[in-house]
Design a protein around this ligand. Structure first.
Ligand SMILES: [Fe+2]
Ligand SMILES: [Fe+2]
Length: 199
């Protein structure tokens, strides 16, 4: 029987040395264990968290205000939509309102994970929101205002993602998934406006 060739994989205790030589760096298990025992009141936020937590929480709270203003604007548009195209556009308004609510939910959860508090104070909501609460004169104007609000959200999410970079990959991933859906929303309304017939 042939002898099993020796494994080329580095053993566990060689790993930090091997990886450090490649310029990446892994923390030895004993240090990982010791670090995890420190500051356990910080929950999911460990010493390796690299972003400025206060700034990230502030950015997320601004995004949270934006999402709630968008929920309210879409609900207003949903109830007020009238005219030839109203039924199909109403369905879009309602779906978007529900999706903006889901975005708000994800953002608020992340704020709490980071040790912050979601700011849902209605007194300051529109001031803190990036997007505006525009009622719209008629159905077409509502769609136009919603497209503008989506474009504002797209730019602000993109800026946040660029700022956070790889310093907080969980927040970045959440924001990227929201951004993708805001782009879908904007695209749907842009199509609708392009094909608009009548007032
Ligand atoms: Fe949203
Ligand atoms: Fe949206």
């Amino acid at each position: 029987m042939s002898k099993k060739p020796a494994s080329r994989n580095p053993s566990a205790d060689q790993l930090p040395v091997v990886v450090k030589a490649a310029g990446i760096g892994f923390t030895p298990t004993a240090t990982l264990r010791a670090n995890a025992r420190k500051n356990i009141d910080k929950g999911a936020i460990t010493e390796s968290y690299k972003a400025d937590k206060g700034t990230v929480i502030k950015l997320l709270n601004d995004a949270l205000a934006t999402e709630y203003v968008c929920v309210l604007r879409y609900m207003r548009h949903y109830f007020m939509a009238s005219g030839m195209l109203a039924d199909s556009v109403k369905a879009e308004f309602l779906e978007h309102a529900q999706q903006e609510q889901e975005h708000a939910h994800k953002i608020a959860e992340r704020i709490v994970q980071l040790g912050g508090e979601p700011d849902l104070n209605p007194d300051t909501l529109t001031r803190r929101s990036h997007a505006e609460y525009q009622e719209g004169r008629d159905l077409r104007d509502m769609v136009k205002e919603d497209l503008i609000a989506e474009r504002i959200a797209i730019d602000s999410y993109r800026e946040m993602i660029n700022y956070i970079g790889d310093r907080d990959t969980t927040t970045k991933r959440i924001l990227e998934s929201i951004l993708a859906q805001e782009e879908e929303h904007a695209d749907e309304f842009a199509d609708l406006l392009n094909g608009w017939i009548g007032k």
